[in-house]
Write a protein that binds this ligand. Sequence first.
Ligand code: NAD
Length: 568
Amino acid sequence: MLNLCRQTLLASGQKVGARCIGSVVPKLNPPEILLENEPVLSYKKGSKERAELEKVLDKMACECEEIPLVIGDEEIKTKCVRYQVMPHNHKVKIAKYHWATPDLVKKAIDVAVKAQRDWDKVPIDKRLQIWLKAADLMANKYRQYLNAATMLGQSKTVIQAEIDSAAELIDFFKIHGYFAKESLKYQPISTDPKETLNSSRYRGMDGFVAAVSPFNFTAIGGNLSYTPALMGNAVLWKPSDTALLSNWWIFKICKEAGVPPGVVNFVPCEGPVFGDTITSSPYLAGINFTGSVPTFNRLWAQVGQNLSKYKNYPKLIGECGGKNYHFVHPSADVESVVTGTIRSSFEFNGQKCSACSRMYVPQSLWPKIKEGLLEIRNKLKVGDIRDFTIFTGAVIDDIAFKRISGYIEHACSSPNLEIIGGGQYDNSKGYFIQPTIVVTKDPKDKIMTEEIFGPILTIYVYPDSELDKTMKLVETSTPFALTGAIFTQDEDWARKALEELKYTAGNFYINDKSTGSVVGQQPFGGSRMSGTNDKAGGPHYALRWTSPQSIKETFVPLREYDYEYMRC
Ligand code: NAD
């Protein structure tokens, strides 16, 4: 593809220069990849996929898989052992894992830096074939293992697991592969390819990439580590302690698909130990992070402090928190406001970074919206995710339970806040918190401005006459700008809101809930304190993990040092 033009010329025997060596840049032949999403299976009663999943759930729930560190081709166990438990039944351990010491993190860096050079020599065609094989294993042979590990370990219901650990993960592997392949088609201008051929190639980055992933999406772990690897990098993947089992399955699948040892090193570790060690290595080439603002800020600051040590300026990509909003206009369709908000705020317990956490409702629609929200909320079942009738499971761990219940206590004690639905919490068996709806008189109360990351929705009811003033609150209440939605049947107002709320969200929805982005359909990411907005699932994401090189090949030797105008 790259040098078709040049090679055609050579094949026809044309003499193009006194010392013609021909183009040396290799020709690529990438596999075919379709730009389409993985179908989401239904898991209806009696379906084949449900029967398969239940079998794996039963088996996995009785086991406690031991997960080592993997550095190069070595599986390592340390004295620092930790357990992952089921959030909805926290007495049950489902994985035993080992934390890396600082020396082991350093060893993984050495292995990765060496592996990177060989890996980058493997043509992208071949790397893409491995990624397609991995996607196929995820879609078929191991689909229910990924789903079961995500359900049991992260307390996701079947549908939440299927859209994450099956569909989104597979999409990241295939669609980022598609975009990588498409980007190779662009080649720079060669005004006369007989004389000079310009080309560009995408190298991996010189050093290693640290992928630090959150608990809430299995697919994010796979993307943060394996998309940089696809582009020729070697990676240290530090999975989240509370998503260890599902992330381990991704690692095992990719190994089976043919990702060579040392390309992605699986390094469970205590967060700060990992962060301190990678940021002090001269070989740090990039950090691919998703998680909270304080963690990303700390990593960024450490990189700043160590800047003089590095061989390269490390690339920093971070997708962080949000305080996502639904803004309701007086013309809105009440039913879609109600159902969209219930799903956005309470699916997976509001632990999606895009979950709706604050809502602005006009007084004129409030009675109907309130009635609708409470009616559905009262029907939502919370429990063990193996019961397929529940709406949502438990929150992820004790720390989350304390943080979220702290906001409920704040709501109980504040004169400006009223809990109108839910408010109960109980951690005796699992970390259960009931979907909670709060009404606030103060639109700037901390419950309306801070990220809670739990099943609490707070509503500010505004006088219809204060529509414009209330719109300003969206922008001025929080430092975040991740997702937001407007609900309206008024086209003129929708146009106005599209402009006025432009900088309040990286993903903006009109008459739809603020969650549920799909790879390749709504590339995802926010700006301001929500992150560097590099849009995972979009056409440019994979390229962020390359160090492009421009190559100029000249076939006509330069014989003169001077210019014609000088010869008078
Ligand atoms: P977190 O910041 O607590 O942890 C994220 C990862 O960082 C974990 O692997 C953790 O162990 C690690 N870590 C912690 N301290 C570290 C340190 N000092 N150095 C290096 N690594 C460290 O976040 P979380 O609770 O796992 O995830 C929830 C957060 O992630 C929320 O704020 C949510 O909004 C955000 N999130 C954002 C997106 C997005 O696309 N914007 C997607 C998912 C989650």
